[in-house]
Design a protein around this ligand. Structure first.
Ligand code: ADP
Ligand code: ADP
Length: 237
């Protein structure tokens, strides 16, 4: 589903963010990227949807070659690749439901959706997404009024409302307390497995990755230093 072939990222200041990455992530896999701060996890994940342009090699999602210079192609790619961030990226002053509907308007950016008028089928999908993450009772609350765990569930609902093939999650539980982090990761794991979505998640903690991922990729200094099934990942990762 996602293939890196000798991918390099050199930042404008000359810093090597990724150094010759080659790997394949299969459809439906739940992969955790592990490594210290600065290892290149975020660079790797952001290269997949073109948020960070790669400078050499070939990166493909399904049959599509990621082309950071082709804005129209990038927009189509991003409609298939949902992204979740550490800071949730919700619009705090609008309702939870409208935050999830943003995931639908990414697919149908008409003037109606810009005004907040959505088709009944989009509202239906938004409610189903909220049900999947267990916060449908919060649909009419302002997003800012929710706890951290609930806010990240809003972000997950927004992404699944987009009906993505891939979910990229950049430190999705780093702002949550440990028990909440586990519940949110557990929800993400359950949902990607039910829907068959390929999921790549960055995290700091190997113990979390061990409990939720199929496969662990360890990174250091922009390179892959471990890649294998979760059971084979040791503390050396
Ligand atoms: P991680 O997600 O593992 O913490 P990152 O991918 O964010 O690591 O960063 C990897 C390295 O790339 C770090 O040393 C960081 O300082 C550097 N880096 C990130 N973004 C830029 C940028 N825009 N310009 C230059 N260097 C960057
Ligand atoms: P908060 O961010 O307010 O702590 P969480 O994100 O931890 O909320 O919890 C979200 C949902 O998970 C709530 O509906 C809560 O009832 C439920 N929940 C709380 N504790 C547990 C638990 N130990 N196991 C499973 N679900 C729980």
């Amino acid at each position: 589903m996602i293939t890196f072939e000798n991918v390099h990222v050199v930042y404008p200041n000359g810093f090597k963010g990724l150094n010759d990455i080659s790997l394949t992530i299969e459809q439906g896999e739940f992969v955790a990227i592990i490594g210290l701060s600065g290892a290149g996890k975020s660079t790797l994940i952001r290269a997949v949807n073109g948020l960070v342009p790669y400078t050499d090699g070939t990166l493909t999602v399904g049959d599509t070659v990621v082309d950071p210079r082709n804005k129209a192609k990038l927009r189509r790619l991003r409609s298939r690749v949902g992204m979740i961030f550490q800071q949730f990226n919700n619009v705090g002053r609008i309702s939870v439901l409208n935050n999830v509907l943003i995931g639908r308007s990414a697919m149908t950016p008409t003037w109606r959706s810009l005004l907040g008028w959505y088709r009944p089928e989009d509202r239906e999908i938004a409610f189903q997404s909220l049900e999947r993450v267990g916060i449908v009772d919060k649909a009419y609350n302002r997003a800012a009024a929710l706890s951290g765990g609930q806010q990240q569930r809003v972000a997950i609902a927004r992404v699944i409302a987009q009906d993505p093939e891939v979910i990229l999650a950049d430190e999705p539980v780093a702002s949550l307390d440990p028990p909440t982090a586990r519940r949110v990761l557990g929800d993400l794991r359950r949902i990607q497995s039910e829907l068959g979505i390929t999921c790549v998640v960055n995290m700091h903690h190997l113990d979390l990755a061990r409990d939720y991922a199929d496969r662990i990729i360890g990174m250091r200094d922009g390179e892959v230093v471990f890649d294998g099934p979760t059971a084979e990942a040791t503390d050396a990762v």
